[in-house]
Each structure stands twice: as structure tokens, then as C-alpha cells.
Ligand binder design. Structure first.
Ligand code: PRX
Length: 653
């Protein structure tokens, strides 16, 4: 452990030992908070449906609903019969209230260029693009794939789809051509919106080139609309490929928002499942908008003068809910940053906070742990005094990282909200209310009002204290409505483990004070730097290489990323293990899935330990990969070694 990490650990222990320290909200924070009274929990528990309906009615509806909830387990319909439009709620209604000149987006490009966009500016761009899409034959219900860097056009694209009732499916710009192709094909998208390229750590991501490779095998794609970002030369296929600016510049300024049924699809977002094929998570309009609108207020305490910054990419659900729909439904002013936190230097985030006087900052534990490693000199060199609230999302935050974040970024002044949720849940479900909840470092504290998240035993029995699985006992408005085109998989994945509760796939512990401690996934999904990657997905990418006969992948503990990927590989006869093969296979996975899935460690082996029923013994593999069973290994050439270990593990089990 480095000297700095040791010191942080000591500091943390001291902080935590002090009277079993709870971090209570300061009087000032409490006094000014939007939610400062814990009666909100009681109100929600008394009548959950009425509670959610009250929050839904803060949105603008073209037609009010007839019924709040129709629940035929596992299928929910919220605000039945209601009609609204998500882009109207994020734009038109603010402009009608005179907020057209309010800043919506303060965008900062990685090379240092910047753009400031008001709500009126975003509104105009969204309307124009909506007209372009219509002109290209995109109709209500059609799917549009968005494969863009973190530029304002990504927001325009999502809201333009929402405006005309098209369903967007955003694919993270770091995903490979194969991953993009798989998603476009599953969604049967008609059109891809991409850019010539995007900037990341000083380099150009060749987005259009990747989109071309994907589109070559996607017969449903009629057009590719290309935003000019980097200006590099790219081939444009005549008839299919169109420059975004050429069309948008000429388009009409207004496009009537489509009145969408509350249950009409708003988007599909793909997330890893325990099989190799990603799941297209379906979100609809009314319930989703209610969830993200309300939780943005409760958890982030957003007020008109705040400058909010969520550092997630728009390709993940965090970007959907807490850059686009939640903050914009609240008329927030926010930062959008294109690039990496260490470009040109390791203080880029802190420089942005200083420059724009960011008040609320929302990031991931993996980033916080990276900042810890880089050292406090980077944040210390910038003025962070504008900050008043900090958030964390994506994976469990260890107490050391929590305390470091609270102290070195929040200067012991800002509450830290550790927010638990999933692509499937649509909005935050477990989190402190910063003006109400006493915080315990490392705990996401309690379920939000109106959310019945519980810890259950293997048999599905709710427990008051102890460890088990995290489940949700009643429907909530922004819950997924299914897996696109696969109701059976939806039922099996989420609703078959327990009789009448949603299975999150996470382990959790509840303490004597009713605080929840999330313990990570209990299935074969890894959380690498907060990103869901299934072991199966990486295994199939490996066996796709002609040299590989078989593989088994496990997530191993990593100080920075939470988890890293270790792959056990059996090579086909005639192939040699070694550094070259190691590099080839790592590169192959990165090419097949994307750089986020690149294995950290490849261990060549002659055999894989399996149970009698043929199941891979992942616990043993994890112990080997983490050096517990065998010490550090890169090759397990002798099959007897595995046999001996297997027997030992079977005896222990
Ligand atoms: O394991 C949990 C972890 O991330 C998973 C959901 O991943 P995804 O769908 O990609 O959404 C991430 C952003 C919402 C969960 O099943 N997770 C997310 N937030 C937390 C967390 N684990 C612990 N604490 C959190 N705050």
C-alpha cells in the first residue's frame, strides 16, 4: 500500500471510531433543503400510489391518467390513460414559464473548447432535429440508435426522438462495432446518429468508422446522420450518410410534440445479463419521468441557482436519468464534459468545478479511488468552495473512499449521497435525503420514500437485521417494463427468484439501525469500474479467437476499479501461451466488446475446475486469480494442480 493510502486508511479509522460517527446534515443545509422533514417517508408509506401520483402531477400532462397503477405481477402500468411528452417536460414548459434564457448546458470539450446553451437554444436544436428525423421517415415507435461522444448533440438527439415518439437506444461511444451491431440489430433501429469522431485523452475516437462497420451488417439501417465534431476525413456513403448540420440548418424551427401514452416506450438501454446477449431494458414515459423528476429533487436538492455536474457518460443509464431527463425536467443548469479526468492534467475535473462554480457533483467510486491515488495536490490546487453536495453511484463505495471524498473534495462541509440503483430501476431507489438522513460512510442508507427495498433470505423472507439479497417488494413508477422482445427472460431474470418481489441481483446487509450496505452482485455479472460486464460476454469473445478452445472468466478484486477481469484460457493444440498470446487475446476482447472489457489478467491453463454437474467452480478460479490458492500464477500447465485444488475445495464445500 502506498504511503498516501496508508494515511487515508488511518484517517478513516479515526473518523469512524469517533463516537461511531454519523454525519448529520448541518443546520444550514437542513434549513435550505427542498426535503427537510422525514414525514415524507410516512406520507409515502401511508398510500404509495397517492404519493407517486402527487409527484407525477408536478409534470405537465396533455391528458390526466384514469388510474395510478395497474399491477399484474410482473407487469406494471403507471398513470394509465395519461398522455405527456418527455421533451415537452424538459423544454417547452420551462420556456412557457419564462426560463428560455436560463442556461441549460455548460459544455466543455476535452481540447478546451466550450459552448453555453440556454433552454431556448436546446429547444430550437431539438425541434429542428425532430423535424429532420421525421423528414427521414422516422415515425412514432421507430427505434433510433445514438452513438455519440459527450457533446450537446447527444442530448438533442435523445430529446428529439422523445419529441416525435421515436424510441432511442444510446450505445456508449467506447463500445466496439460488434457491440453496436448487436444492439442495433436487436432494436431493429432505422437510423444511427453518430459523429465523425470524439476526443478522449487527447486521441480521436473513430466513431463513424466504427458505425460504418456495424451498419454494414444491419439491414434495418436506412441512414446515418453524422455530427461534425473533430473535422477529420471520413467516407460518406452516398444516399445513406448525411451530415447533421446540413439538414438541421435547413429544418423548420418548431415540431409539435407527440402526445405519448404514459406507457409508450421512451427508450431501450442495453445492459449485460448473465448470458452473453445483452438485455434491452425498456423504459416508458410517464412513470420514468415521474421517478427521475422526483428523485433529482429529493436526492440532489436541485434549486434554480445550482450548477449540477453528473460525470457519467450519456451511454449509461446515469447519463439518461441524471443528465438528460431528471435535471432537465427540473430546469437545472448543468455541466457536460466530453473527455477524460486526466487530460491535459490530473486536475481537469477540479478545474471545471472551479471555472463553472459547480455546486453539486455526482461521480463514481472508481473515479474517487483514482483521485485518491493521484493525490490531494490536484484538488487542493483548485477552488472547490462552490460545492455543497456530493454524490456517488455505480458500485459500493468503500468507507475509505467515502471519507476521502467528504474531506478532500467536500472539505467536511458537503453531505455525500451514496445512491444505489440500476439500469432496470430507472431512478435512484436507495439513497440518503441530504437534508434529513444521518450518513454512515459506505452505506447507501435507506430506501427512498415510496420504495419498498428490503433484504431477504435465500427463501425470500424479509429480515430486519443481517445479510441476504436485495429485493424490491412493490412496483415503482420508473421500473423497467420488460426486456425488449423477451418477456420470458424478463420474468426469469427478475421475478422468478422470489415469489412476489423484484430480484436485484445484489447482495446486501441491513444493520440494527435499518441502514443498507450493498455488497455487490451475486450473479455472474462483474462491476468493472462501475460498468456491468457479464462473465459470459467476455468468455464468448475469447472463444471467438481461433486460438482459444475454452475459457472461464471471473471478476477479481481491484483497488481502483472495484473489480477487474481475469480470464482462464485453454488454448487449442498447436498454440503457445506467452506474452504475445496474452496481448493478442486481451486485444481481441477489447475489439469484440470495447476497451472496458479488456481482461487485466489472462491465465493459461490445461484444464478448468468443474463440478460433477459440469459447472465451473468460479470461487476456486477467483482464489487462484487473486493469488490465494496458488500464489501468483500466469500458467497452470499441469492439469494435476487443478485436480488437487478441486478436490480440496469440494471437501471444504
Ligand atoms: O450492483 C449494483 C451496482 O451497479 C449495479 C447496476 O449497474 P447499472 O445497471 O450499470 O447501473 C449503474 C448506475 C445506476 C447494481 O446492481 N451499484 C449501483 N449503484 C450502487 C451499486 N452498488 C453499491 N452501491 C451503489 N451506490
Amino acid at each position: 500500500m502506498t504511503k498516501q493510502a496508508n494515511q487515508t486508511k488511518r484517517e478513516t479509522v479515526n473518523v469512524l471510531l469517533e463516537e461511531n460517527r454519523l454525519f448529520v446534515p448541518s443546520d444550514e443545509f437542513k434549513r435550505n433543503a427542498l426535503i427537510r422533514d422525514e414525514s415524507i417517508y410516512e406520507e409515502a408509506a401511508q398510500n404509495r400510489e397517492a404519493f407517486w401520483a402527487k409527484w407525477a402531477s408536478e409534470l405537465d400532462w396533455f391528458q390526466k391518467w384514469d388510474k395510478v397503477l395497474d399491477w399484474q405481477l410482473p407487469f406494471a402500468k403507471w398513470f394509465v390513460g395519461g398522455k405527456l411528452n418527455a421533451s415537452y417536460n424538459c423544454l417547452d414548459r420551462h420556456i412557457k414559464k419564462g426560463l428560455g434564457n436560463k442556461t441549460a448546458i455548460l459544455w466543455e470539450g476535452e481540447p478546451g473548447d466550450s459552448r453555453k446553451l440556454t433552454y431556448e437554444d436546446v429547444y430550437r436544436s431539438v425541434n429542428k432535429l425532430a423535424n429532420v428525423l421525421k423528414g427521414l421517415g422516422v415515425a412514432k415507435g421507430d427505434r433510433v440508435a445514438i452513438y455519440l461522444p459527450m457533446i450537446p448533440e447527444a442530448v438533442f438527439a435523445m430529446l428529439a426522438c422523445a419529441r416525435i415518439g421515436a424510441v432511442h437506444t444510446v450505445v456508449f461511444g467506447g463500445f466496439s462495432a460488434d457491440s453496436l451491431k448487436e444492439r442495433v440489430r436487436d432494436a431493429q433501429a432505422k437510423l444511427i446518429i453518430t459523429a465523425d469522431g470524439g476526443y478522449r485523452r487527447g486521441k480521436v475516437l473513430p466513431l463513424k468508422e466504427t458505425a460504418d462497420q456495424a451498419a454494414a451488417e444491419c439491414p434495418t439501417i436506412k441512414h446515418i446522420l453524422v455530427v461534425r465534431r473533430t473535422g477529420q476525413n471520413i467516407p460518406m456513403q452516398s444516399g445513406r450518410d448525411l451530415w447533421y448540420h446540413e439538414f438541421v440548418d435547413k429544418a423548420q424551427d418548431y415540431c409539435e410534440p407527440e402526445p405519448m401514452d404514459a406507457e409508450d416506450m421512451l427508450y431501450i438501454l442495453y445492459t449485460s445479463g448473465t448470458t452473453g446477449k445483452p438485455k434491452g431494458i425498456v423504459h416508458t414515459t410517464g412513470g420514468y419521468m415521474t421517478g427521475v423528476y422526483a428523485t433529482t429533487r429529493w436526492v440532489f436538492d436541485i434549486k434554480p441557482e445550482d450548477i449540477f455536474w453528473c460525470t457519467a457518460d450519456i451511454g449509461w443509464v446515469t447519463g439518461h436519468s441524471y443528465i438528460v431527463y431528471g435535471p432537465m425536467a427540473n430546469a437545472a443548469t448543468q455541466i457536460m464534459y466530453e473527455g477524460s479526468p486526466d487530460y491535459p492534467e490530473r486536475d481537469r475535473f477540479w478545474k471545471i468545478i472551479e471555472k463553472y462554480k459547480v455546486t453539486i457533483f455526482y461521480t463514481a467510486p472508481t473515479a474517487i479511488r483514482t483521485f485518491m491515488r493521484w493525490g490531494t495536490q490536484w484538488p487542493d490546487g483548485c477552488d472547490l468552495s462552490s460545492l455543497r453536495l456530493l454524490g456517488s453511484v455505480g458500485e459500493p463505495i468503500n468507507p475509505e473512499a467515502w471519507v476521502w471524498y467528504h474531506k478532500h473534495i467536500g472539505k467536511d462541509r458537503c453531505p455525500v449521497v451514496d445512491t444505489w440503483w440500476q439500469t432496470e430501476t430507472g431512478c435512484i431507489l436507495i439513497s440518503p435525503l441530504p437534508g434529513v438522513t444521518a450518513l454512515k460512510p459506505g452505506s447507501a442508507t435507506k430506501p427512498l420514500p415510496g420504495v419498498e427495498a428490503v433484504v431477504v433470505t435465500e427463501e425470500g423472507k424479509t429480515i430486519k437485521e443481517g445479510g441476504g439479497y436485495l429485493a424490491i417488494k412493490s412496483p415503482w413508477p420508473s421500473m423497467l417494463r420488460g426486456i425488449y422482445g423477451d418477456d420470458e427472460r424478463y420474468k426469469k431474470t427478475y421475478w422468478s427468484r422470489f415469489k412476489d418481489a423484484y430480484f436485484t441481483g445484489d447482495g446486501a446487509k441491513i444493520d440494527a439501525d435499518g441502514y443498507l450496505w450493498l455488497l455487490g452482485r451475486v450473479d455472474d455479472i462483474m462491476l468493472v469500474a462501475g460498468h456491468n460486464i457479464s462473465t459470459m460476454e467476455v468468455e464468448s469473445a475469447l472463444v471467438d479467437n481461433p486460438s482459444v478452445a475454452e475459457s472461464a472468466v471471473v471478476g477479481i478484486t481491484d483497488e481502483i476499479k472495484g473489480q477487474a477481469i481475469a480470464a482462464f484460457v485453454i488454448l487449442k493444440e498447436g498454440n503457445k501461451p506467452g506474452e504475445k498470446m496474452d496481448e493478442t487475446l486481451k486485444g481481441h476482447v477489447a475489439k469484440k466488446i470495447g476497451a472496458i472489457a479488456r481482461p487485466q489478467k489472462i491465465i493459461f491453463t490445461a484444464e478448468l475446475p468443474k463440478t460433477r454437474s459440469g459447472k465451473i467452480m468460479r470461487r476456486l478460479l477467483r482464489d487462484i486469480a487473486e493469488g490465494r490458492a496458488l500464489g501468483d500464477v500466469t500458467t497452470l500447465a499441469d492439469a494435476h494442480v487443478i485436480e488437487a485444488l478441486k478436490e480440496k475445495y469440494q471437501e471444504e464445500a
